[in-house]
Design a protein around this ligand. Sequence first.
Ligand SMILES: *Cc1c(COP(=O)(O)O)cnc(C)c1O
Length: 424
Amino acid sequence: MKEKYTKAYADKLDAVDVLRDFRNEFYLNNECVYMDGNSLGLMSKRAEQSVYGLLASWKEHGIDGWTTGEQPWYYLSESLGDNMAGLVGAKNKEVVVTGSTTVNLHQLVSTFYQPEGKRTKILADTLNFPSDIYALKAQLALQGYDDTHLVQVPSEDGHILDEQTIINAMTEEVALIVLPSVLYRSGQILDMEKLTKAAHERGIKIGFDLCHSVGAIPHQLHDWNVDFAFWCTYKHLNAGPGSVAALYVNEKHFGISPGLAGWFSSDKEKQFDMEHTLMPAEDAGAFQIGTPHVLSAAPLIGALDLFQEAGIEKIREKSLQLTAYMMDLVEYELKEFGFVICNPKNEKQRGGHIYLEHPEAARICKALKWKNVIPDFRKPSGIRLAPVALYNSFADVYDCVQRLKNIMVEKWYEQFSNEREVVS
Ligand SMILES: *Cc1c(COP(=O)(O)O)cnc(C)c1O
């Protein structure tokens, strides 16, 4: 056996991994190989501490916690936005932590979708996450348009989108484009810079859903001139179930009124004047609606610390090594078992997870959980495996593939039904 496929080789890679100490910052179950950080990142000790800190500020200050204490709640959405701006390549005032992914999408589309004359359509794709598509259809309906006004770019193989096909669909009828940065199944990275340039040359505004890229790959939203973006914080950012999401609006749009207004859209100095005419904030803060979900933003304070310490470039470098290593092992160990690697293999297009297809995927995933590997299953036949740079090791990748191989060799998956669970 080539050295490359031994456990000793995995240990060697771990020994020279510059991010290896970050693993100690997280709560890991030693029995278990966690490969689902692209659905729900693990809890870090710092995220836990920041939740306790926030609870203490409530206990101690009562209502004065809005303006006093270590993290005055009134400014928390903006200060967390500042801390996150580097991860997406934005200026500080272009990012605010608020709402949820889907609510932020509604907010941004209701602001930036302004149908006029022949330009009435929204351009999206056929592979995006369903919530985004539901929101876009609902926004069209609010303006009196039916679903034919949503143009969804097809994929030839069901996994990958061709950027030129997307650009060809940017016609004079399109008013707005919303696309994912990284596809949630195949993990394909779309070329945001190229797509933004092409959209703007045709007079179309464009925004991206960064749920599967933030915390995994670097972005340059401001330099690419992207109009808007939005993302969750519970996947690669590890801020916990239901943690508060974020959005970005390019500074050239500052001053525009939010489609969905509320008193937290206000200029913060004027908010408590309690006037009935809204004076929106002069930055991304204008796209907040009501009182921030402070307790659900708290874990982000600690979670983001780790990203600032590690640096997104180093995270991306290790992530690429982990996924390359995983693909090597899958090809070597599993070739006779019918798995197909459906994520892009090249580094430019490969996101933070590996996507395998297999006709028995649902029950293979159940067998993996039974063997203490946490994957996730995507209907009808997809297995996503996300080795996360901050807390997964090369030995984790090795163990994951070995256990998967055992399941196939021993046919352990046959004892489970090939149906998905309620939450998968
Ligand atoms: C995870 C995810 C969502 C989830 O939206 P929520 O409002 O946080 O439930 C939406 N879009 C994409 C692309 C996702 O990956």
